[in-house]
Design a protein around this ligand. Structure first.
Ligand code: SF4
Ligand SMILES: [Zn+2]
Length: 573
């Protein structure tokens, strides 16, 4: 059923927390004064805006929320018959860092489903997928939507939009246990409904699921729709629909276990439109993996990364220090393996120091005195040493999982651990050179000052090139990952191809018709990176350049000469 045709149901609990109409009659004059002061701010920042709002209180003594201001500003513009100014919207935004990488991230959770793993540190909460906790913000939102993918996506888009974030480019992150262990029918249905949530929806309130197939859980759905049956054409139609949707899916991420990555799984992931895989690696020491009941060894991790990389996926590794049996020194050695072993060398990674959570098997070991969490000093020293080792081609996405402090029985609970580690490194005169620490973020980019550099490294099956555009201050304005395979790929469509695994141009996620002068996304860096990748691939003897395109980026690649294949797009060199 078309989402627009569905009957509106009762307002969901999360909906009431968002948009409140701006009372123009009561606050119009105050709004005008505040907007003028915001326009005059010499150095706009969240802090400066918060101070300004305190200086301009509401008549009842409280402060206007930034969301109210934005609503009021939009209403004023509508009455005056003019479009909102992008710069003014930017100044009124609530969390400017959220979309600084140029893309709005939208995380959704799958419905609870048994995980094939039995990891001793992993929590299990009623009504949530394995490893998620009731107090985590993403889990709360997902549960409020009954894990419905359409409602989760559409709700998140509207929430981001209501605080002024451009949402024309979206990275969908599908979280929750082990994706590959869900029935294929559920996977295809879930992705389809996510994509349908990116369609143009009515303003407010959001229509919610109308029942029938759309509310089926994994078991129900698998029973109703035979794998390989009509689920795929429906997904492919939604993928084509997204090519012209107002919110384009420019990345699709799932999380899974290394031992579930097979050639068949790699093909299915691509068919679903996945572009990036988060891999629960946790350790590269077989004895530690066994003691923590991971159920796979390092050989499985190496094989999974090889298959995924040869198929053009970006790979995000999750790594856990302080597992049962580890010491700070064994963790240092383990972290070095990530980079010393050519079969590993992830594109991105997350460090999740083990959190001791009640109800887990690890908690029982702790009660028996067989396990101890590191103290803060030990953890900060370890993480500082790890960060100093990261090569420039990789990106450290997170340093700590967002677990509510009250759920952690013992050990470090700081939510700003990253800052503490950065401070410790600065004091010691050390720096992290990962992609995240070097990206331009919101700074304006002057195209003529950029220089192109190459970072080359080898993996067990490919030669990798990271092409990066750097500012005079060595900040990354954009980059491209090019794989030059030395072996036959797991998918025959890629035979003889060099593969572009990622093109990323930084800068605030500006809307397509609201380009900001100097924003990195509008100086054609992506086009120039692709041209350079083609030149390098041709020089290396490849006849074709393929790209792993998210469904919403297909028009972009078509405009640059790439032709649709079955699972990839490619152009002759
Ligand atoms: S595989 Fe992941 S979700 Fe499953 S038990 Fe292990 S850590 Fe938890
Ligand atoms: Zn870094």
């Amino acid at each position: 059923m078309n989402p627009k045709e569905r009957p509106a149901r009762q307002r969901q609990p999360w909906q009431s927390t968002h948009r409140q109409p701006f009372d123009m009659a009561a606050h119009g004059a105050a709004l005008a004064a505040i907007l003028q002061a915001v326009r005059d701010l010499p150095d706009p920042s969240p802090l400066a805006l918060a101070r300004l709002l305190r200086r301009h209180p509401r008549p009842d003594g409280g402060a206007f929320s930034k969301e109210q201001l934005l609503l009021g500003y939009r209403e004023l513009c509508r009455c005056a018959g003019r479009a909102p100014e992008p710069e003014m919207v930017r100044r009124l935004q609530m969390k400017p860092t959220r979309t600084l990488s140029g893309v709005a991230p939208v995380a959704v959770l799958t419905a609870p489903h048994p995980c094939p793993g039995a990891c001793i540190f992993c929590p299990e909460a009623d009504g949530l997928p394995k490893s998620y906790l009731p107090g985590e913000p993403g889990a709360l939102r997902a549960a409020a939507h009954g894990f419905d993918p359409f409602d989760q996506v559409a709700g998140r888009i509207q929430a981001l939009q209501s605080v002024g974030h451009p949402v024309d480019k979206v990275e969908l992150l599908i979280l929750g246990g082990t994706w590959s262990a869900y029935p294929e029918a559920y996977q295809a249905w879930f992705v389809r409904r996510c994509l349908e949530g990116l369609e143009d929806l009515p303003e407010w309130p959001l229509p919610t699921s109308g029942g029938g197939e759309e509310e089926a859980g994994p078991g129900d759905l698998a029973a109703r729709v035979a794998p390989g049956g009509p689920i795929w054409p429906a997904l492919e139609a939604a993928q084509i629909g997204n090519e012209s949707a107002p919110h384009r899916c420019v990345g699709l991420v799932v999380e899974t276990r290394p031992d579930w990555v097979t050639p068949a799984e790699v093909r299915r992931l691509r068919r679903l439109g996945v572009t990036k895989v988060q891999l629960g690696v946790q350790s590269l020491d077989d004895a530690i993996l066994a003691r923590n009941c991971r159920g796979h060894d390092t050989a499985a991790t190496r094989q999974a990364m090889r298959l995924l990389r040869l198929a053009g996926f970006k790979v995000v590794v999750h790594w856990m220090p302080n597992l049962l049996g580890a010491t700070p020194e064994s963790d240092r050695a383990d972290f070095r393996r990530l980079w010393d072993d050519p079969a590993l060398r992830p594109d991105e990674f997350k460090i999740y120091p083990t959190s001791l959570l009640a109800g887990t098997a690890l908690y029982e070991r702790w009660l028996r005195g067989e396990y101890a969490p590191y103290d803060e000093g030990t953890l900060v020293r370890l993480l500082s040493d790890c960060k100093a080792l990261i090569p420039p081609y990789s990106r450290l996405n997170r340093l700590m999982r967002d677990i509510p402090a009250e759920q952690i029985v013992a050990g470090v609970t700081r939510s700003n651990l990253r800052e503490v580690v950065h401070r410790a490194m600065a004091v010691a005169g050390r720096a992290c050179h990962c992609l995240r620490c070097r990206e331009v973020r919101g700074a304006p980019v002057e195209e003529v000052t950029l220089r192109l550099e190459r970072v080359e490294y080898a993996t067990d099956a490919t030669a990798e090139v990271l092409l990066q555009y750097l500012t005079p201050g060595d900040r990354v304005a954009g980059f491209l990952r090019l794989s030059l395979p030395r072996e036959a790929p797991p998918l025959e469509e890629l035979a003889g191809c060099a593969v572009v695994r990622e093109v990323h141009v930084y800068g605030p996620a500006v809307e397509l018709d609201a380009a900001q002068p100097g924003a990195a996304q509008h100086v054609g860096l992506g086009t120039r990176l692709l041209a350079e990748a083609g030149r390098l691939a041709r020089e290396a003897g490849y006849g074709r350049l393929a790209v792993i395109a998210a469904v919403g980026t297909r028009p972009y690649y078509r405009e640059r000469g790439f032709v649709d294949g079955r699972l990839y797009m490619a152009r002759e060199l």
